[in-house]
Ligand binder design. Structure first.
Ligand code: PGA
Length: 249
């Protein structure tokens, strides 16, 4: 199985550091060419990085961290999907930090997804609950955001997205969700999404993924990959995470 391992660099690193890390990560992608490796650097460095990794294997791609829900025009500070066209293959959508600090929800997210799909960029749609559900290991809140975000989309549009389950309590906290917890959530979320998409969808996990827990995460059946934040800023740590998934079917 080809896993998708996404490095979300968030608002970190200058140009020189970003180019160097992109080149190191491209070498990791070469070594673990069985996986698809994606980096999401800060927007201003994308053009330089694209040039710097032009010899990277086809399994290595770039992503943007956000996009406008509008096609073009007077939206100061926004970047249109058409401006990302040809530059990135993926774009994060609905990350909890965008939901929290930029109030991106519901129809805004649906609009972003549609803008991206129109230029053949794959949206990576993030969702997850705020607090850990102790008893059932499943909170209906997991799918609440998703239902709202995907409301206006067709099954074909939903099927073209990648989804990343990122419980908020696990993001940047060092508290990773246990494989059992993730399994239970996926068992509920996968059919929920596949019913909307009327076909199979790709599902990733994100939230405090590290080299110390990646091997455990790699044992989760049906998990299509990872969304890695902090640990992806260090080539050695990220390489260890990719190695954990190597040879996994
Ligand atoms: P983290 O971030 O790995 O640092 O918890 C994950 C994310 O926000 O995508």
């Amino acid at each position: 199985m080809q896993h998708l391992i996404v490095a979300n660099w968030k608002m970190n690193l200058g140009l020189a550091e970003s180019v160097a890390l992109a080149q190191s990560t491209a070498r990791i992608a070469e070594k673990y060419h069985q996986h698809r490796i994606v980096i999401a650097p800060a927007m201003p460095w994308l053009v330089s990085i694209k040039e710097a990794v032009r010899f990277a294997p086809p399994t290595f791609s770039l992503a943007a961290q956000s996009v406008s829900n509008w096609p073009e025009g007077a939206y100061t500070g926004d970047v249109a999907a058409t401006q990302l066209k040809g530059l990135v293959s993926y774009c994060l959508v609905g990350h909890s930090e965008r939901r929290r600090y930029h109030q991106e929800n519901g129809s805004v997210i649906a609009g972003q997804i549609q803008q991206l799909l129109a230029v053949n960029v794959t949206p990576i749609v993030c969702f997850g609950e705020m607090t850990q559900s102790q008893q059932a290991a499943f909170s209906p809140q997991v799918t609440t955001d998703l239902d709202r975000d995907l409301a206006g989309l067709s099954p074909e549009e939903i099927q073209k997205c990648v989804f990343a389950y990122e419980p908020l309590w696990a993001i940047g906290t060092g508290v990773v969700a246990s494989p059992d917890y993730i399994k239970k959530v996926l068992k509920h979320v996968r059919p929920h999404l596949e019913q909307k998409a009327s076909d199979a969808v790709s599902l990733l996990y994100g939230g405090s993924v590290a080299e110390s827990n990646a091997a455990d995460l790699a044992t989760i059946p049906g998990l299509d990959g990872l969304l890695v934040g902090g640990a992806s800023l260090h080539a050695k740590r990220f390489a260890e995470i990719c190695r954990s998934f190597h040879g996994r079917l």
